[in-house]
Ligand binder design. Structure first.
Ligand SMILES: Cc1cc2nc3c(=O)[nH]c(=O)nc-3n(C[C@H](O)[C@H](O)[C@H](O)COP(=O)(O)OP(=O)(O)OC[C@H]3O[C@@H](n4cnc5c(N)ncnc54)[C@H](O)[C@@H]3O)c2cc1C
Length: 255
């Protein structure tokens, strides 16, 4: 709808997916959580099941647009619209989600890392449909946070960070996933920060070193911000996201 509204696309036909109820669901299938492509963002935000097993969705969604846009916007629409700053693709990247696609040739699964083709263009054919996404939830008690910087509440972020952490009883980090939005055409996994965190004991120093690796990241620039500012935001927000995941909202903020 935004693309129509801004006259970026002038299609001859529009296919309405609203009347396919099978595309709208949040399900647990064995070890996996499956979310249908037409599931509304607001439904995901309010799902008690996801709040329990994957609270990062709720953390992020309250920062996505406005309640009115979340009432109508879908997870599949966000993924296929593929705005570089969108929150949901970044979360799905951190979760190593799989995208389920259907077309005349049958069905296929694509790892989220392979889903973006280029700027605002997913790797699906014109006659294909995303039917849903699935992912393995992180263990119970894992830590997570989504933090972002946007000029005004409800705006697309300049940079956003999804952070997931699994912490051992002895305070060392067993597993870390950090994904950035607003850096490139698709979500960017911050492998160097993840590697720095994994196996390390949590400390301000370790978090700072991990976050600072993002200053080297190859960041895009556009009318909103140069790449150097995005690199700076990436480092600051990764630090803030990891602190927030561990200590709660507001932790790690320098302001
Ligand atoms: C005022 C405003 C503020 C916003 N702020 C944010 C924000 O802060 N963060 C953010 O992430 N998003 C934001 N959005 C985007 C919004 O959250 C939706 O993701 C976006 O508008 C797509 O909406 P939709 O789900 O209705 O998809 P549509 O508009 O229906 O579809 C988007 C594109 O994906 C294709 N598509 C949709 N579903 C499928 C499918 N199942 N299979 C294949 N192709 C498909 C469509 O053909 C179209 O090209 C904002 C939107 C508005 C209008």
């Amino acid at each position: 709808m935004p693309m129509l509204n801004m006259r970026y696309v002038l299609p001859d036909h529009i296919i309405d997916l609203n009347r396919i109820p099978e595309l709208s669901h949040i399900q647990e299938l064995e070890e996996w959580i499956v979310i249908g492509a037409m599931t509304r963002q607001r439904e995901i935000e309010r799902s008690e099941f996801l709040a329990q097993h994957c609270p990062i969705f709720r953390d992020a969604l309250i920062q996505v647009g406005h309640q009115q846009t979340r009432n109508r916007g879908t997870i599949g629409g966000s993924l296929c619209h593929l705005d570089p700053a969108a929150e949901l693709p970044a979360i799905l990247s951190a979760l190593d989600a799989t995208v389920h696609i259907t077309g005349p040739q049958g069905t296929r699964d694509l790892p989220i890392a392979e889903f973006p083709a280029f700027y605002m263009t997913p790797r699906i054919e014109l006659n294909e449909l995303v039917t849903g996404i699935s992912f393995e939830p992180w263990p119970e008690g894992h830590k997570s946070a989504f933090v972002e910087f946007a000029r005004r509440p409800g705006d697309f972020a300049i940079v956003g960070v999804a952070a997931l952490l699994d912490i051992n009883n002895d305070g060392t980090i067993k597993r870390a996933a950090i994904a950035l939005a607003g850096i490139a055409a698709g979500p960017v996994r911050c492998g160097s920060a993840e590697q720095t965190l994994m196996g390390a004991r949590i400390s301000k120093e370790t978090i700072r070193i991990a976050a600072d690796t993002c200053r080297e990241i190859d960041a895009m620039e556009d009318i909103h911000a140069p790449s150097s500012y995005r690199q700076h935001l990436a480092a600051e927000l990764v630090s803030r996201a990891v602190h927030t995941a561990i200590d709660g909202p507001g932790a790690g903020s320098s302001k």
